[in-house]
Write a protein that binds this ligand. Structure first.
Ligand SMILES: [Zn+2]
Ligand SMILES: [Zn+2]
Length: 75
């Protein structure tokens, strides 16, 4: 199987709250190494919006309003 850029998915790590572009089969966070990646929000919204946001800025789900940056700050 060859990697195709069209198959890239934006996933978020529930442990560290980082968004990155992953292969659909990827399971582990490239930032913290935990197997806690999610390909969509709890409300079912995909994360196509997330990579456009700069690191360190605010980031909320446009459908349910979940605050991803706030979730990360609990650490
Ligand atoms: Zn992580
Ligand atoms: Zn949501």
């Amino acid at each position: 199987m060859t990697a195709d850029r069209a198959d890239r998915l934006t996933k978020v790590c529930d442990t560290c709250g980082r968004f990155r572009s992953y292969d659909p089969a990827d399971l582990f966070c490239i930032v913290c190494g935990y197997e806690t990646l999610s390909a969509e929000c709890g409300c079912g919204r995909a994360f196509d919006y997330a990579l456009a946001e700069p690191e360190g800025g605010g980031l909320h789900c446009p459908r349910c309003g979940k605050d991803w940056r706030g979730a990360k700050s609990e650490w």
